[in-house]
Design a protein around this ligand. Structure first.
Ligand SMILES: [Zn+2]
Length: 420
């Protein structure tokens, strides 16, 4: 199963952080990101298929990418057809497809630049996905310092300016009017635009992260820095939406199609900017909370020798999703709905809980003292939904991602009420 990266992900819409998960009906959309993956459906970016690995990072293509590829290729072909009417049809198409491929190569290069710098700081890069609005590099956790944040963010635009320079040199090396010169000079322009657009100082663009890093360094206040970058991002998003709608209605400025496209990108940026705001709220709501404060002291237990079918009856009867497994009075493992869902139904009556459980040696545990924010990151990173809380050899409680989410939600609701 795909690992789900924590709170923040570096994401390039042409660069940065946002949450790519489907809105949950009960929880606010941004909380849905923290839902256990077993209950998540239609994950917007998780479903792309893998095309390979670079520097150990899996590269995914999302289904929506093909739409963009087709659109961009068609617009290149019509552009080359009108600009270079003396070329043959095959040449128009060859130039169009080559431009599209190089464009996506450029986006990938930009994401890789972020990723390589993140890896230098020992921040795991979960994946890079190319989708309809560009690319996204998911990183496993936030940067620990403003300096790291700055360097990871700035690497993207720097890499795109570098590519713009390279394509410019290639364009000048080839004869004017030829396919290579035409393609290379356009890619120089596009990479230049990509870098510059990403430097706009608002989340989720790289410029927003750069702004956050600078404010974070100057004030030492991470929360304030994030809010500032988030507000910047929302302003830019609203401007793009307005400009897009205006153009779509009047056919001026960006034209009808360009206007619709801009409005969509603006809408996408807006939700991403709001996301980063929410993430700060999560951090704040969990400040000072430790595992022992919110764990459940009830310890639902099942014996190891019952069958999975009997265990499913127990789940259905009690509604509990996770149980400790006991044998000879000792904790021998952990079993949950998640573990059962991997076993074919016809094997339920012949498989024992012991065979289906996660054995004790592989069970991740926490202590009552562990800060919940850190625990939540760990559960996300390891893709774990429940953890026993242990002191010494003794299990003193159970904690689930769901229960942490409920705490966040309740605390934030209470916070809003107090703020009124
Ligand atoms: Zn970027």
């Amino acid at each position: 199963m795909e690992k789900h990266a924590v709170a923040a992900r570096t994401q390039c819409q042409y660069g940065n952080v946002y949450n790519d998960d489907e809105c949950d009906r009960k929880l606010p959309g941004w909380l849905a990101a923290f839902r256990p993956p077993e209950r998540k459906r239609g994950n917007m970016l998780g479903t792309g298929f893998r095309i390979g690995r670079i520097f150990g990072i899996p590269i995914h293509l999302h289904g929506s990418w093909f739409l963009l590829f087709a659109l961009i290729t068609f617009s290149w072909v019509s552009y080359f057809t009108s600009e270079h009417p003396h070329w043959g049809v095959e040449q128009h198409w060859a130039a169009g497809i080559l431009s599209s491929l190089l464009f996506f190569g450029s986006v990938l290069f930009h994401e890789l630049a972020h990723s390589v710098v993140a890896q230098r700081y020992k921040i795991p890069v979960v994946s890079i996905t190319l989708f309809v609005f560009g690319g996204v590099a998911r990183i496993g956790r936030e940067a620990r310092t403003a300096g790291q944040e700055f360097n990871i963010a700035v690497a993207g635009p720097v890499s795109s300016y570098f590519l713009a320079g390279c394509f410019f040199l290639v364009a000048t090396a080839f004869a004017e009017g030829g396919i290579f010169a035409a393609v290379a000079s356009w890619l120089a322009v596009i990479n230049f635009a990509l870098a510059t657009f990403n430097l706009i100082p608002g989340f989720p663009l790289d410029g927003g992260r750069i702004l956050r890093a600078i404010v974070w360094r100057l004030t030492g206040d991470y929360t304030r820095a994030t809010k500032m970058a988030s507000v910047g991002g929302q302003l830019i998003a609203y401007l793009m939406i307005l400009a897009g709608i205006y153009s779509a209605l009047t056919d001026e400025f960006l034209g009808r199609f360009g206007g619709i496209w801009w409005a969509f990108i603006g809408w996408f940026l807006l939700s991403a900017a709001q996301e980063s705001f929410a993430q700060v709220a999560i951090r704040n709501s969990l400040r000072g909370v430790r595992a022992g404060d919110i764990m459940s002291a009830e310890l639902p237990t099942v014996p190891r020798n019952i069958t999975v079918a009997d265990y499913v009856d127990e789940i259905v009867r009690t509604g509990r999703r996770c149980h400790l497994v006991q044998g000879d009075g000792q904790l021998v493992g952990l079993i949950s709905v998640h573990a059962v869902s991997g076993i074919p139904r016809e094997e339920w009556t012949t498989t024992s809980v012991q065979a289906a459980m996660i054995p004790r040696a592989h069970v991740h545990v926490t202590s009552p003292e562990e800060p919940v924010l850190k625990l939540l990151e760990r559960m996300q990173g390891e893709d774990i939904n429940q953890m026993p809380v242990v002191t010494g050899d003794r299990v003193v409680g159970l904690i689930s991602r769901d229960s942490i989410l409920r705490v966040i939600q309740t605390r934030m609701e209470m916070g809003r009420m107090e703020g009124q």
